[in-house]
Design a binder for this molecule. Structure first.
Ligand code: ZN
Ligand code: ZN
Length: 182
């Protein structure tokens, strides 16, 4: 059974103490039933930060939930400290301190999608319009649907990180063919 959202908050608090000295800023934790290819994601453009997890995945792979939550917490911590949203040096250093070995969510039986795939959604919270991007945009943008003439802070696009996952099938096949080549 999946932990309730209240139980997620308790898990968050205990991970926060164990690995961050309590320095991860408050996050709202929620499940998002609409996720099909993402294990989790974090939204930066709001307070508190929003961390969403895929109930679909974690019903199947409950053992992977803590690691995914921890991954998103490292993002929240990096964002709070350095305004850094990527998987660069800051992220990796902290990630290793937390005992995570990969920037990807290793879902136990899941493997990450291709590194080249698009990782970010820019979303207008007002009308729901979404854009997919490979990189984090370098400047703030607002929704062109809600105001097509100029930048409008009321319709600022929020950034969601997507963490792709892929069923074990593909990863196993790759491992098998790599082994054969050796
Ligand atoms: Zn990430
Ligand atoms: Zn809009």
């Amino acid at each position: 059974m999946l932990p309730s959202e209240a139980e997620l908050q308790l898990l968050f608090a205990s991970l926060n103490n164990r690995y961050f000295n309590g320095a991860v800023p408050d996050c709202r934790l929620a499940y998002n039933e609409r996720f099909s290819n993402s294990a989790g994601r974090i939204t930066y453009g709001r307070k508190p930060l929003l961390v969403e997890l895929s109930p679909k995945h974690f019903r199947k792979y409950p053992e992977a939930l803590e690691e995914t939550l921890l991954h998103e917490m490292v993002h929240a911590w990096c964002y709070d400290r350095f305004r850094d949203t990527g998987h660069g040096a800051n992220f990796r250093r902290k990630m290793r301190e937390c005992g995570l070995t990969s920037i990807y969510h290793d879902l136990g039986h899941m493997r990450p999608g291709k590194e080249s795939s698009r990782r970010y959604i820019l979303r207008c919270e007002s009308c729901g319009f979404e854009l997919l991007r490979r990189r984090i945009p370098s400047k703030l943008a607002s929704c062109r649907r809600c105001n097509h003439r100029r930048y409008d802070p009321r319709f600022q696009l929020t950034i969601h990180e997507i963490v792709e996952t892929r069923p074990v099938d593909g990863a196993l096949r790759q491992a098998a063919s790599a082994a054969r080549r050796r």
